[in-house]
Design a protein around this ligand. Structure first.
Ligand code: UD1
Ligand code: CA
Length: 463
């Protein structure tokens, strides 16, 4: 059987360097709270349990913001340092005999891949304690890894306790640890740091090596992943780096961009080769985009499946929708959740579609609302067509079968059906089913009053 894994995320620090009323770990990094990024990475390791350590004042907002996650919360009674924070979970952990992975709530760029490899190293070496380290040009602010002459790690020293010589060390502590029960037990023996009055989790390395426990400090992953965010400036920097890192992956895979500085791609997005992206495009959530698509400026796409050869013109918003190949959307189009555009469908400017199927080759090019509708293939939806789907109580469906022509400025009062090949004259209000091949008209007949204008002005002049 596989050894169970628990993950503890430390998030009880006061975050004073952030200078903000919002808990530090709830500050947004590219649209998502920092802590959410950490929990998402944690979840990819399939842990048995995830515990978040909060303090008394931030637990409320954190629990609220994280309510979608499968986590337990514990409270660190006072902000007495990282070792004290981890010990706050001892009531849970004391009985646990698997691996404990410790993450920081303020290190949100960590990649699940690096964590997986770290876990493998720890397990293969049968360590009691493993620490993830990295090298950085400017190590200030991070705890330094102190090694003996043979290169074995012996302790971690925090910034304030360094000698001049030690402060040159560029290998630093990421704040990510793996430990078993034997190392966890040593936490109680950590002494208060006299300078800061805190119990430093970093002291566990010196204690464990002295005790003769198997320890390893592993340099792995990419510097960017371990950026700890303590200030607003660091948050900005982390956002830039995260965005850049993702964008470059897609550039490598033959996605083209006019300006790589102005494209935002979420970590769970996939994009096919040959797709071209203009500036100021946001692709978020679990979106997949096919090959050879063109996405024009000012487009936001969230949780969509876009097939090959799709064109999305400027200023369009797409959410939870499916767009089949060769379809075009926009400019200024809005696809709301539940939209399904079949192959080659065309949705044009100022058209809103919601919870609707739009058939192959069907066009709605101007100023329309299509909601709760099922539209067949090769249908023409004229400008200003509205499916009146809401009667004040219920949402009702509109069905438009293949090859129908809907004239401009038509209202379809749902529930209603327009059958195969029928025509609806412009300006109609359709309340009843339109039979196959019929022409439906529902407008008052035009009457012309000859000479009316002249007569009107004569009257006015007299009076
Ligand atoms: C810590 C490490 C440092 C490492 C760096 C990596 C210690 C003493 N230092 O420094 O070696 O290089 O992270 O980013 O561990 N926290 C609590 N309770 C507390 C104090 C902190 O839960 O009483 C939490 C914070 O919310 C944060 C994490 O622990 O998520 C780290 O604390 P922080 O104060 O940011 O430590 P650093 O100074 O960054
Ligand atoms: Ca930190």
């Amino acid at each position: 059987m596989k050894r169970p894994l628990w993950i503890v995320v430390l998030a009880a620090g006061l975050g004073t360097r952030m200078r903000s009323g919002i808990p530090k770990v709830l500050h947004r990094l590219n649209g998502r709270p920092m802590l959410q990024w950490v929990l998402d990475a944690a979840e990819k390791l399939h842990p048995e349990k995830v515990v978040v350590v909060c303090n008394r004042s931030n637990i409320g907002p954190i629990q609220n913001a994280m309510s979608q996650n499968r986590v337990e919360f514990v409270i660190q009674s006072r902000p007495l340092g990282t070792a004290h924070a981890l010990l706050s979970a001892k009531r849970l952990i004391d009985e646990f005999s698997g691996d404990i992975l410790v993450l920081n709530g303020d290190t949100p760029l960590i990649s699940p891949d690096t964590l997986k490899r770290f876990l493998q190293r720890h397990r293969r070496a049968k360590n009691s304690l493993s620490i993830l380290s990295f090298e950085i040009d400017n190590p200030s602010g991070y705890g330094r890894i102190i090694r003996d002459s043979a290169g074995n790690p012996i302790m971690i020293k925090e910034e304030t306790d360094l000698t001049e010589e030690e402060s040159q060390i560029r290998e630093v502590n990421s704040g990510i640890y793996l430990m078993g029960q034997s190392a966890f037990k040593l936490l109680r023996r950590i002494k208060k740091n006299s300078r800061k009055g805190e119990y430093y989790l970093t002291d566990i390395l010196a204690l464990a090596t002295k005790k003769g426990l198997r320890c390893g400090v592993y340099k792995m992953g990419d510097e960017v992943e371990f950026i700890g965010i303590n200030t607003k400036e660091e948050l900005q920097k982390a956002q830039r780096l995260m965005r850049q890192k993702i964008v470059r992956v897609w550039l490598q895979k033959d996605v083209e961009m006019m300006d790589e500085q102005r494209v935002y791609i979420g970590p769970d997005v996939t994009i096919g080769e040959g797709t071209y992206i203009y500036p100021d495009v946001y692709i978020e959530g679990k979106t997949s985009i096919g090959r050879n698509c063109i996405i024009y400026p000012n487009v936001r796409i969230v949780d969509c499946k876009i097939n090959d050869n799709v064109t999305i013109r400027e200023c369009s918003s797409l959410e939870e929708s499916v767009v089949e190949s060769k379809a075009t959307v926009g400019p200024f189009a809005r696809l709301r959740p539940g939209t399904f555009l079949k192959k080659g469908a065309k949705i044009g400017n100022f058209v809103e579609v919601k919870n609707s199927l739009v058939g192959e080759g069907t066009k709605a090019l101007h100023l329309s609302y299509i909601g709760d509708a099922e539209i067949g293939r090769n249908v023409n939806i004229g400008a200003g067509t509205i499916t009146c789907n809401y009667d004040g109580i219920r949402k009702n469906r509109t069905i438009i079968e293949d090859n129908v022509f809907i004239g401009s400025d038509t209202q379809l009062i749902a529930p209603v059906k327009v059958k195969r090949g029928a025509y609806v004259g412009a300006g109609s209000t359709i309340t009843k089913e339109v039979p196959e091949g019929a022409l439906a008209l529902s407008r008052t007949e035009q009457c012309n009053i000859e000479g009316w204008v002249k007569k009107r002005f004569k009257k006015k002049r007299k009076s």
